[in-house]
Design a binder for this molecule. Structure first.
Ligand code: IPM
Ligand code: MG
Length: 355
């Protein structure tokens, strides 16, 4: 089992270190190799996704990823910015299916900004298409407008597009995931305005005919954003495109109390995957030892389950995380009166001990 370990920037190194300790405590035959990615890779090699890092990721069964980005790189040309590393990995490895579960742990109901009764027991799965849409659509760029409201003015543009096979394969992923849960899929689109998403709705509906046992409904993205804070428990599996999924998954993350708790998996057609916390590099708290490593530790559990075929080990990690929460241990992001505040290192050590 070959794992490429890419900690990246900001809190990435701190949280990935804890996940690696947890993996090592399992006593399984992993081969782990670490490489630079993001801003730190740019500093060292002049590129956020160096050839060697990409090669390592491609040859691994799975990639354990921290986070990339820092404000200090915001002025670099776009192809050199840290974010290009994660986009490049998704594209080069064909990681089209992004799983972002939003689960509210019962010990953390108080940490959410929503009323406890709205989110107690919340367990939804956002499936985000990850290699298409306006994120990757060509052409894009800047030019002088020849039409529109201000002909002759400078303008910028991106292209939103989805092909039939791209929609079909993510729809299959969603329906199959729903079969293992409560057999309901909500497809989120903007079919009332966008051609791309009318097509999305048509193709998802066609694919659904192959899953008569799964109930499908469609929702416009603006309404979905509202329903997620109004009655989040009404959702089960939510499938959507790259851009809407980016936004809705952050929203869903906050329902659970802290984005510091949420893992994610990005898979390609052969179940090779990249596993990363749903949160970013948080440069404001980097180096302070206060980041929550649980999202990364839970991402490692997803890695064991989806790419390494180690379901029992995945469950051991998930149980250990529940145990440390039950013990009242909390990093700053989930701390509340009556619980014990711990550092990144202490949280990692507690999970290892619980294992
Ligand atoms: C995410 C992030 C990325 C995205 C950025 C860092 C490029 O926000 O994984 O959700 O937009 O996909
Ligand atoms: Mg995002």
């Amino acid at each position: 089992m070959k794992i490429a370990v890419l900690p990246g920037d900001g809190i990435g190194t701190e949280i990935v270190a804890e996940a690696v300790k947890v993996l090592n405590a399992l006593d399984l035959p992993f081969e782990m190799e670490t490489a630079l990615v993001g801003g730190v890779a740019y500093e060292a090699y002049g590129h956020p996704l160096p050839e060697a890092t990409l090669k390592l990721a491609k040859e691994a069964d799975a990639v354990l990823f921290g986070a990339v980005g820092d404000w200090k790189y915001d002025t670099l040309d776009r192809p050199l910015r840290p974010e290009q590393a994660i986009l490049g990995l998704r594209k080069n490895l064909g990681l089209f299916a992004n799983f972002r579960p939003a689960i509210c742990y019962k010990q953390l109901v108080g940490a959410s900004s929503l009323k406890p009764e709205l989110i107690a027991g919340l367990d939804i799965l956002i499936i985000r298409e990850l290699t298409g849409d306006i994120y990757f659509g060509q052409p894009r760029g800047r030019r002088v407008a020849t039409d529109g409201h201000f002909p002759g003015a400078q303008e910028a543009f991106d292209t939103m597009r989805y092909s039939r096979p791209e929609i079909e394969r993510i729809a299959h992923v969603a329906f199959q995931a729903a079969r293992k849960r409560s057999k309901r899929v909500t497809s989120v689109d903007k079919a009332n305005v966008l051609e791309t998403f009318q097509f999305w709705r048509d193709v998802v509906t066609e694919v659904s005919l192959q899953y008569p046992d799964v109930e499908l409904d469609h929702m416009y993205v603006d309404n979905a954003a509202m329903q997620l804070v109004r009655a989040p428990k009404k959702f089960d599996v939510l499938v959507t495109g790259n851009l809407f999924g980016d936004i809705l998954s952050d929203e869903a993350a906050m329902l659970t109390g802290s984005i510091g708790m949420l893992p994610s998996a990005s898979l390609n057609a052969s179940n090779q995957g990249l596993y990363e916390p749903s949160h970013g590099s948080a440069p404001d708290i980097a180096g302070k030892g206060i980041a929550n490593p649980l999202a990364t530790i839970l991402s490692a559990a997803m890695m064991l389950r989806f790419s390494l075929n180690q379901e029992a080990a995945a469950q051991r990690i998930e149980t250990a995380v529940k145990q440390v929460l039950a013990q009242g241990l909390r990093t700053a992001d989930i701390f509340s009166e009556g619980t014990t505040r711990v550092s990144t290192l202490e949280m990692g050590a507690a999970v290892v001990k619980a294992l």
